[in-house]
Design a protein around this ligand. Sequence first.
Ligand code: 5GP
Length: 206
Amino acid sequence: MTEMKNKGILLVVSGPSGCGKGTVLSHLFSNDKSFALSVSLTTRQPRPGEIDGVHYGFVSREEFRKNIDAHNMLEYTEYCGNYYGTPENRVNELLEQGVNVVLEIETEGAMNVKRARPDAVLVMILPPSYTILEKRLRSRGTNSEEDIAKRLARAREELANLPEYHYCLVNEEGQSKKTADALRAIVVSEKSRICRNTGILEHFYK
Ligand code: 5GP
């Protein structure tokens, strides 16, 4: 059996656009090298302040398709008219080094990861309510009305996948640090699961 104790956890974090998962994750990563974000590729345009190679790798549709054809993607999907996907190599390298790798991806991609990597831990971050989600999307000011409508419709579809997830966390207003702490606690618990520590007694008796 494989000794998984020293490997990182593959953590899939989903949540409707506007649920605040970006802020939660920035708390998770701040001053903690045991977590790393997998930088996705996308064909959407960068938002103000977004940096190529940090928030996403921003690529053309043609370049994205090339990566699919070369089997470089752990998963990918089309979301609101753009491609989004996870390059696989970097994820594996980090997991081998014992780093917990976070995939911040929507539900279709999450279901694909669940199938391909049964040891992945899936967490859904929820806003306190649908009304608050709508308010947050509008207050961002960077999405058009059409895009907001698409994202709200998509939110309903995504929430229907909740039973497929292992954990859910409600990200209360102004409590993103607390939500990040809860996420950290999930990883601590997962690391202690017997199935991730199959060689522990051999180590104990040696
Ligand atoms: P946004 O355009 O707001 O940055 O992202 C839109 C949605 O795409 C979000 O739900 C985000 O989690 C998801 N997303 C970002 N990267 C990936 C990816 O690599 N794969 C998948 N399946 N979804 C992604």
